[in-house]
Design a protein around this ligand. Structure first.
Ligand SMILES: [Zn+2]
Ligand SMILES: [Zn+2]
Length: 340
């Protein structure tokens, strides 16, 4: 019987047998090749949910994944055994937001790996055929996984609309912040200034193209003589919004990508109001897979360097705990449920 990682509630993840039942007619069975441990999975672990999306029964997380087809997929002319990626966001296609081209905002979405829909931290998984994303020849499981978080970064940069050579601040250099740095570079932004408390993540930020990475936003304010015109926030802190505002120049723009611990922002109204800031919230992503694939294929973004840990299912509860405790040396964790 296959195994899975279950989150039972706050700070409680366990590996247990997974009872794989037959999928629906529109689904295909994948052998999971690799699955990423995302900041949102970590929120499910730390808080037992995100906002109203609460874990009511043991839940299998994992929405960033690639897998091998266990049968031919005729519609895409892909033979059994082919490595594919999966877009976890199955929107309804009928609501006003789907019709306006915002499937990421669909209120009827079935999102693989968000409660109550079990995700990919397991050895086999049924997924809708419509969500299969074919990959160019030569892609590996790590690249298949990283397309999803890369897509989140692309969507955020789409919202941010950096001007050519504009100096940009990125607050938080976890996996999403690091991908933001790379996508901003590819989009023609100028100097990228980063605030990140963990030293190994600051070093990675500079390796991936940041001009300077400091431990707090105070350094960004100093380096930019009063803040940047564009700031993108990608932290898990209730203070992330406040810090992003502090790093923003009067009249500037802020894009918020991070999900704060405890589902609250700590913020002084006057700091935002008096600056007259323009604020956007990034929610998951739209139709970004073709560009994510092109960026990886061309080598314009490096998605491998930030992967610090490659583990099996059995080690996953320990990785959740380490990430929740901000253990040094951790950035992106990838799980290989069938061995790697
Ligand atoms: Zn994610
Ligand atoms: Zn919809």
């Amino acid at each position: 019987m296959s195994q899975a990682v279950y989150i039972h509630g706050p700070m409680d993840a366990r590996v247990a047998p997974f009872n794989l039942t037959e999928g629906r007619a529109d689904e295909i069975l994948l052998d999971v090749a690799a699955v990423g441990l995302c900041g949102s999975d970590l929120h499910y672990y730390k808080d037992g949910g995100i906002g109203a999306a609460l874990i009511r029964e043991p839940f299998v997380p994992g929405h960033e994944f690639g897998g091998y087809l266990t049968e031919d997929l005729d519609a895409l002319e892909l033979p059994r055994g082919t490595l594919v990626a999966v877009d976890p966001n199955k929107a309804c296609g009928r609501c006003e937001w789907c019709h306006e081209g915002h499937p990421n905002l669909c209120p009827n979405v079935e999102f693989i790996g968000a409660p109550p829909f079990n995700g990919a931290m397991t050895s086999q998984l049924w997924v809708p055929r419509s969500q299969i994303v074919p990959l160019p020849a030569g892609f590996d499981p790590l690249q298949a996984v990283m397309l999803e978080p890369l897509g989140v970064a692309i969507h955020a940069v789409d919202l941010a609309k950096p001007r050519l050579l504009e100096r940009v601040a990125v607050v938080g250099a976890g996996p999403i912040g690091l991908l933001l740095i790379e996508v901003l570079k590819a989009a023609g932004a100028g100097e990228i200034l980063v605030a990140e408390p963990m030293p190994h993540r600051r070093a990675m930020a500079e390796k991936l193209g940041a001009a300077k990475a400091g431990s707090s936003v105070a350094e960004i304010v100093e380096w930019s003589s009063g803040g940047c015109t564009l700031v993108i926030e990608a932290t898990n802190s209730p203070n992330g919004f406040r810090d992003a505002v502090s790093a923003t120049r009067i009249g500037g723009r802020v894009v918020l990508v991070g999900i704060p611990d405890g589902d609250v922002y700590h913020l002084n109204a006057a700091d935002v109001r008096r600056r007259g800031l323009k604020i956007k919230f990034a929610r998951r992503m739209g139709e970004v897979y073709p560009r994510a694939i092109a960026l990886v294929k061309s080598g314009k973004v490096d998605v491998a360097s930030m992967v610090t840990h490659r583990i099996g299912l059995e080690e996953t509860p320990g990785a959740f705990q380490a990430l929740a405790n901000n253990a040094p040396g951790y950035t992106k964790v990838l799980i290989y449920p069938n061995g790697g």
